[in-house]
Design a protein around this ligand. Structure first.
Ligand code: ADP
Ligand code: MG
Length: 678
């Protein structure tokens, strides 16, 4: 057996099974060994029967009086009695009619399961059972639990990995020797053994530590290499001219926050350099990133450069156009802004391109489709990427090819990324944070509601509607689904229109509408031709309707904390008090997560809590991207992160050739091409 072999070499794996495994990302034995447990059940302690207590237990016993019967249609029960020297207890399996046959009287077994009271009798329920030996797989040890999917169970995966024992023992080291020596980490073979077959919780911790270190080490190497490569590129220097910045700031109806001032200053400094800027401007919703972007834009235009601003949706692109025009008007630059969207006709597009070529337009705002049109921007000095998470190395290179040099890049995001995560994942970016809220903003008052109390809720929002305010109603689904018990936008829209809010003007917005339909609905809401907008999360980012001060989030428990916080950021954009009503999908007690989002208005703290409760994959969708799958590293383990980052820096400084480490090299290459903002 070799690690590069396909999973079919294993006993019991046919083509159908192999297809299912492939769908989970497991194609070769190497993939299988890299499929780490999601969690562990500690069945290592074996209790004498007379001292077992309710809960998860493991016993060593012989089994007698095994009887199976159907209690009623669809419910089969196997009952048995288990004994050891100290006593006996009752064992029950539900719907496992094969059990009776597989148990041999007189044979010693380990049984691990839940010992609990049921119909006034204590019994061991649905225990896992395995013959006593030194090399048990499913019981009498710390048992790994693997993530299940597509008809593949954790037990099946455990059995497959068990067949790879010899491979594990001979698996090759993947960290450079210099790193291993400097850090006292477990060698890979040992760590792999312990991650799948832990001998003790201490050894398991050591194994997890080693793999966590390796993940952060690789990620840091990738981002450092990207950063160094970027530093080799040349950009155009955009000189700083204080009068340009002044004209914008002096014409604002408000003062800049200290953070806005600082960020703008850093950006101006970056843009003066002949090395390309690669900065992330991170600021909670409503923190005022657009003004900062406008300040950067004005400076570039003033010195004869073009600017491209990319937004994730057409609605946002339109909104940016309006905002930028008004911000740049004092400099007379409002006429130099063009909007390039998918809904333009070929003729209109041609005309726009001509204006760019003729140097009449200096700032082009559009959706990401814009990037392929950047070809005509011969003089592009600055690219601003708003809430668009797919702008990485590849996109930059594409630009460099067409423009001839590397433009400065400013990324903007409202996703609060905890510092530990930002350093690890986005190490190649310089980061500026807008932590302060503009003055006069009141936190959005957030309350939790049971679905039974909707009537009362509608009475309350109608009061707001009568005062001339507007309401968002956000739902997790577009249409009703049999699978999920959650409110759908279409159904809620119908209900509100026919019944609950029937005297108000209601619109519906979701991702299945065409671009024109979406834009039209949004426009109506903006112009207050609609009082209520029922929508899916398409309104999540950026939309600015200051008069909308109320938001109902249906089935709020279906959303992540960071996501609810983002959604809630659509209200609270004026000096009016705003309200967010979280309606649960059932009348159970609200979870700790939901209570946290109602109590806290700090997006960073919520993101940290979400990270703690659900892990990075769940929040940042990194799991789907595979390459950025932080399976082991705990992002709250600052010591681990610091030492792995230092090791990566040392490795680069030592001048060793990465090519000599085949595995590390290919891993780092794939991480490098993963976009720097997920
Ligand atoms: P975001 O960071 O979410 O993109 P925006 O740039 O859209 O935020 O700003 C949100 C609103 O706050 C806008 O209406 C903007 O004019 C306003 N704003 C920006 N900066 C300030 C400030 N320093 N003081 C008061 N209001 C501000
Ligand atoms: Mg914005």
């Amino acid at each position: 057996m070799k690690v590069s072999d396909k999973v079919q070499v294993l006993r019991g794996v046919g083509d159908v099974f192999a297809d299912k495994l492939r769908a989970m990302g497991i194609d070769t034995l190497s993939d299988l060994l890299d499929y780490f447990p999601r969690e562990y059940n500690d069945y290592s302690q074996i209790d004498p029967i007379d001292s077992v207590e309710p809960g998860m237990v493991t016993i060593e016993a012989t089994i007698s009086d095994v009887k199976g019967r159907y209690v009623r249609r669809g419910l089969h029960i196997t009952e048995a009695s288990a004994h050891d020297k100290t006593g006996s207890l009752r064992v029950v399996w539900f719907n496992q009619p094969y059990r009776a046959k597989s148990i041999q009287p007189g044979q010693a077994y380990y049984l691990s399961g839940d010992f609990q009271l049921r119909r006034q009798r204590f019994s061991l329920q649905n225990p896992i059972i395995e013959q006593v030996s030194d090399t048990t797989v499913h019981t009498a040890r710390i048992v790994p639990v693997y993530r299940e999917s597509r008809g593949i169970t954790s037990v099946q995966i455990r059995k497959l990995i068990d067949q790879c024992q010899s491979l594990i023992k001979t698996s090759l080291e993947t960290l450079p020797q210099s790193v291993l020596q400097a850090t006292a980490l477990s060698p890979r073979a040992e760590a792999l053994q312990q991650i799948h077959f832990p001998d003790s919780s201490k050894q398991l911790q050591e194994a997890r530590h080693r793999f966590g270190f390796e993940e952060v080490f690789q990620l840091t190497l990738a981002s450092l290499l990207n950063k160094y490569e970027l530093m080799q590129d040349t950009a155009v220097s955009v000189p700083f001219e204080s009068s340009v910045a002044q004209s914008i700031v002096q014409n604002l109806p408000f003062d800049l926050t200290e953070d806005q001032r600082k960020s703008a200053w850093r950006i101006y400094q970056d843009m003066q350099k002949t090395q390309p800027m690669n900065r992330l401007l991170e600021g909670d919703v409503g923190s005022g990133k657009t003004v900062v972007a406008a300040m950067a834009t004005a400076m570039a235009i003033k010195h004869g450069f073009q600017v491209a601003l990319m937004a994730p949706t057409e609605i946002l692109a339109r909104q940016h156009e309006v905002t930028m025009r008004s911000l740049l008007a004092p400099l007379g630059m409002d006429k130099q802004i063009g909007l390039l969207t998918g809904s333009l006709s070929t003729k209109q597009k041609k005309q726009l391109h001509q204006q760019i070529t003729d140097n009449q337009l200096h700032c082009i705002i559009g959706t990401h489709a814009l990037i392929s049109d950047a070809v005509t921007m011969h003089n592009l000095g600055l690219v601003i990427v708003d809430e668009q998470h797919r702008f990485g190395v590849e996109q930059r290179h594409k630009l460099q090819k067409t423009v001839g040099y590397m433009p400065h890049v400013l990324h903007m995001t409202a996703t609060p990324i905890p510092r530990s995560l930002a350093l690890t994942l986005y190490g190649e970016l310089d980061i500026s944070v807008l932590a302060q809220k503009p003055a006069g903003r009141k936190p959005v008052e957030t309350t939790i509601h049971s679905p039974n109390s909707r009537a009362q809720l509608y009475t309350e929002v109608e009061q707001g509607l009568r005062e001339g305010r507007q309401l968002f109603v956000v739902c997790p689904l577009i249409e009703d689904s049999e699978m999920l018990k959650a409110q759908s936008a279409t159904e809620v829209y119908k209900r509100l229109k026919q019944k609950d809010l029937k005297s108000w003007r209601i619109g519906l917005l979701h991702g299945k509408l065409s671009q024109e339909q979406k834009t039209a609905v949004m426009q109506e809401f903006l112009e207050h031709k609609l009082d209520v907008l029922v929508s899916t999360t398409v309104i999540e980012v950026g939309v600015d309707v200051p008069n909308a001060t109320m938001m109902i989030i249906e089935s709020a428990d279906r959303f992540g904390l960071a996501q609810i916080h983002q959604l809630r950021g659509r209200v609270g954009r004026s000096e009016q008090q705003s309200y967010c009503y979280l309606v649960l999908s059932d009348s159970k007690r609200p979870s700790r997560r939901i209570r946290a989002v109602a109590d806290m208005s700090d997006g960073f703290r919520l993101a940290e809590l979400d990270l703690e409760l659900r892990g990075p994959g769940a929040i940042y969708g990194t799991y789907q991207h595979g390459a950025l799958d932080l399976r082991v590293a705990s992002l709250t383990d600052t010591e681990l992160i610091a030492s792995a980052r230092n090791a990566a820096q040392d490795f680069i400084d030592s001048g060793q050739d990465l090519l000599q480490y085949e595995h590390l090299y290919s891993r780092v290459q794939s991480l490098r091409s993963v976009t720097n903002l997920q």
